[in-house]
Design a protein around this ligand. Sequence first.
Ligand code: HEC
Ligand code: HEC
Length: 454
Amino acid sequence: MRHSFTILILLISAGAMAADDAAPVARESPAQRGYRLLLEKPYLTPDFDQEVFDRLWTTWPKPLREKAARATPEERRRMAFSRYGLTERPGDKSGKPLQYVVDKRGNWTMNCLACHGGKVAGRVIPGLPNSHYALETLTEETRRVKVRTGKPLVGKDVGILFMPLGTSNGTTNAVSFGVVLWAYRDGELKHYPGRPLPKMLHHDHDAPPWWHFKRRKKLYIDGFAPKNHRALMQFLLIRPNDRKKFDAWENDFKDIYAYLESIEPPKYPFAVEQKLAAEGETIFNRSCATCHGHYDDEPSYRERMIPIDVIGTDPLRHKALSDEHRRRYEKSWFAHFGRDKVIEHPRGYVAPPLDGIWASAPYFHNGAVPTLWHVLHPKKRPVVWRRSENGYDRKRVGLEVKTFGKLPKSVTTKPERRTYFDTRQPGKSASGHDFPAKLSEEQRRAVLEYLKTL
Ligand code: HEC
Ligand code: HEC
């Protein structure tokens, strides 16, 4: 396994960097520049090119492939966006995806918004977790096109043979990507390709909404990492990116930091029963605010860490990072060589802020629970569920889903299986956070109404 990972990293290193820098625009604020850089400047190696993207439909299962064969190129592109969880950019008619930088030569390079930019009820919102992203299916199918057309493979194409990228659409094995990338570097970011990897605990994670960023002092569900602009660059630790590049890109990431700080949560777009919501606020302040903070005239959020056996949600993420990993992080470039302190041994998960919570379904760090009603009814959470693409459940507040007692027998292929969320798989438990169970049904109805207003 170790050997395979070394091969993977060597292959990643063989990829060529696209040199295009985004052209500067006059009189931008730092936050505006940060957003533009995310869309226009590639910090990773390209994953595939336009030709590969345009041929993806040839790999699809039969009825869909036949439909694509008959479709116009524009319809076919929309079908591909839908299959892989890509969206257009709001206010931009270029047709480029929010989630990839597409340069003049037609190279597609993943950007941060691949996981951090998505849509809810059909509306695209940068900073909203991309709950549709089908990274593994996209990677498998682009690889198939490359093999058929004799195009060179890149790191991810081969990495997928050794490491899951995301076994349910909308969630990714991102934390493990971080562990692998970090394993080959020392504190000065020097690269050591032959180093052994630590024990890997693969699990899929739902990205948090970026409008929480301004509320946080420490990052991630276990709150271990000090918040600074360098922390935003961990994902760029692929081999071609050496220390010189990290130093050169620091200013870009100061602006990306400013962009993250500037994002506001979106407002609930449907009707709210104000009286019921006001009752809900009182109950929330009594039963939930000690952990999640207050959202009234004097908002407060304390970033409280809840021990893992008290919260009781899926524990795999808690075990996946070692104290050693965090200690090395603190001594490294990312934490200014010990100036910024890590939490070396987090006891559990941090209760997240709940601003804009109506928009960021599915819930919990692993995305196991489709609606807020299900968060409030721990015993009634579905074992297996499948969402619709743009449906929004106003009654239960969250994803419109079909639920199942187990994975239907008719599901035989992996791309199809990834459109279901199966809570019995490792890292995907929907249990825990039983606190709402002590509220009456009436009280829960009121809290649910209140949550729409945050
Ligand atoms: C492959 C998906 C993926 C990509 C790409 C990605 N992230 Fe994330 N990001 C995640 C996941 C998953 C988490 C949650 C990790 C955790 O809590 O352990 C996260 C967490 C974060 C957080 C912490 C937020 C909080 O409230 O704690 C920030 C900030 C962040 N990402 C910024 C970025 C930036 C900047 C980039 C691009 C350089 C990026 N991410 C690229 C998946 C991704
Ligand atoms: C003892 C602390 C505590 C109490 C009390 C508590 N929560 Fe939580 N809550 C947490 C933690 C920790 C998480 C993160 C769990 C995870 O992601 O695994 C969480 C997660 C959530 C989420 C999902 C957030 C997301 O972004 O996915 C919602 C919604 C939520 N809580 C609502 C409530 C409501 C409503 C109440 C009151 C009825 C409540 N919580 C009471 C600690 C608490």
